[in-house]
Design a protein around this ligand. Structure first.
Ligand code: ZN
Ligand code: ZN
Length: 444
């Protein structure tokens, strides 16, 4: 199978290419990136006026299967991923059962093999049942295929246990990802602690609950001489701590999610539970700090923290609603709208944050268009504007923080291993005349 993508603006951060080029994919790999490739390809895509970049690697995704297939499945979540330009995801282990044994990884791999529409990589738990009491068998989990460990949704409170995990992870060459939250400080809060929590009369989540734990996690990693990744950084102090750690040579990386750099706590004032997530939306100053961190490189990656929940779990009182929002279908467009269109990042910078860097952090041969790398490619119309609507989302859950927002940039093709895996087309609603996206799944 040969696929030729012609005349696109090719963005390849690894090789520092931002040029009009053709790309030939052959047998699942990138065969050639050059001008005027003439080759008897089986399929040709005309990408004139389009961006052609590596498929996104989203290192923080909750696919909910096994256990909560009413929220999302590996099938529905990976379809949503492809629609949003995400060709690889790292699946979080807080499923039911949690991914804390080799047997559970086997089960998960089986479902992935049968139903996944995009590449799914596995993160296993640090502690059994994610309860923070007893370590999982990290070596066995790694052998079975886990590429990272995390108790995401919770932090390992016991510092000694966490340090033991970091030492073992280093030995087994598996990445530790931290959901850095000191629950004794976040104190069952539901929104950012400060003006918003006071105005709404809701319990607040302090910034200390995040950055003090970021500080601890980095210190433990340094003592264990292990690399560590801090997930979903949301406040300025965390960025400063990570910047200082990087400066002194600590092997720390971090990511943030689109909602943190595009929305602030004011969004919560209407009690809309689609703005409830953990960590919470912070202040306008934090948004500025996050953008700066993305620009200056302290923040390595953008990940969605795609967290699907049913309407029953979201359409209730704010305090009782689940934390989290879906993000796979909107993350690229939010990043284009907020970061590229505003001149904060160029396309190479964006491809770094959303494809190359996460791939590197996870040790994957992805996020690049270099010769012989996996031909996971997306073709994006950078100028196409669209409105996020519930009906347009193909994730099983619709709890998006961007409903009603007009975004710029639409994925036209997602190519997986050299084959077109999904093609998005615009359709105009016959009655309202609204333009919405239809994702045609070409793999099922
Ligand atoms: Zn988390
Ligand atoms: Zn998460």
């Amino acid at each position: 199978m040969k696929l030729l993508i012609k005349n696109g603006r090719v963005i390849d951060p690894e090789n520092n290419i931002d040029q009009i080029r053709d790309i030939l994919a052959e047998d699942g790999k990138i065969a050639k990136v050059a001008q005027n490739i003439r080759n008897g390809a089986d399929k040709v895509i005309d990408a004139t006026g389009k961006i052609v970049m590596p498929g996104l690697v989203d290192m923080h995704v909750h696919l909910r299967e096994p256990g909560r297939e009413d929220k999302e499945t590996i099938y529905s979540g990976t379809r949503a991923a492809l629609k949003g330009g995400v060709t690889s995801v790292l699946a979080m282990p807080n499923t039911s059962p949690a991914i804390d044994t080799a047997e559970n990884i086997k089960l998960l791999k089986c479902i992935i093999k049968k139903t996944a529409q995009a590449n799914v990589f596995i993160a296993a738990a640090i502690t059994k049942g994610r309860l923070g009491q007893e370590l999982t068998e990290i070596a066995r989990l790694q052998k079975e295929g886990a590429i990272a460990i995390t108790d995401d949704g919770a932090s390992v409170d016991n510092a000694q246990l966490m340090q033991e995990a970091l030492k073992l992870a280093k030995k087994e060459n598996i990445l530790v990802i931290c959901h850095s939250e000191d629950r004794s400080l976040s104190a069952r809060g539901v929104v950012n602690l400060g003006l918003t929590s006071t105005r709404l009369g809701l319990r607040g989540i302090s910034r200390e609950s995040e950055y003090k734990r970021v500080e601890r996690d980095i210190r433990l990693a340094e003592q264990a001489q292990a690399p560590v990744h801090i997930a979903h950084v949301s406040c300025q102090e965390s960025i400063e701590i990570i910047a200082a750690a990087k400066k002194r040579g600590a092997r720390v990386t971090c990511d943030t999610a689109p909602h943190y750099f595009s929305l602030s706590e004011e969004a919560v004032l209407g009690y809309d539970t689609n703005f409830k997530m953990n960590p919470p939306l912070r202040s306008a100053d934090d948004v500025v700090a996050l953008k700066q961190g993305l620009k200056n490189g302290v923040i390595d990656a953008i990940a969605s923290d795609h967290a699907p929940h049913t309407e029953n779990e979201k359409d209730i009182e704010f305090e009782r609603a689940e934390f989290g929002v879906v993000g796979l279908e909107t993350e690229l467009a939010v990043a284009i709208t907020e970061l590229v269109d505003t001149g904060l990042l160029d396309w190479l910078g964006l491809a770094k944050k959303m494809a190359l860097n996460p791939a590197k952090i996870l040790g994957l041969n992805k996020g690049t268009l270099g010769a012989a790398s996996d031909a996971d490619i997306i073709v994006v119309d950078p100028a196409r504007e669209w409105v996020v609507e519930k009906e347009g989302l193909i994730s099983k859950s619709k709890n998006s923080a961007f409903l009603g927002k007009r975004l710029k940039g639409q994925v036209e093709y997602a190519i997986l291993g050299g084959k077109i895996a999904s093609k998005n087309e615009n359709s105009r609603h016959p009655r309202t005349g609204k333009i919405s996206q239809v994702a045609e799944n070409l793999r099922a």
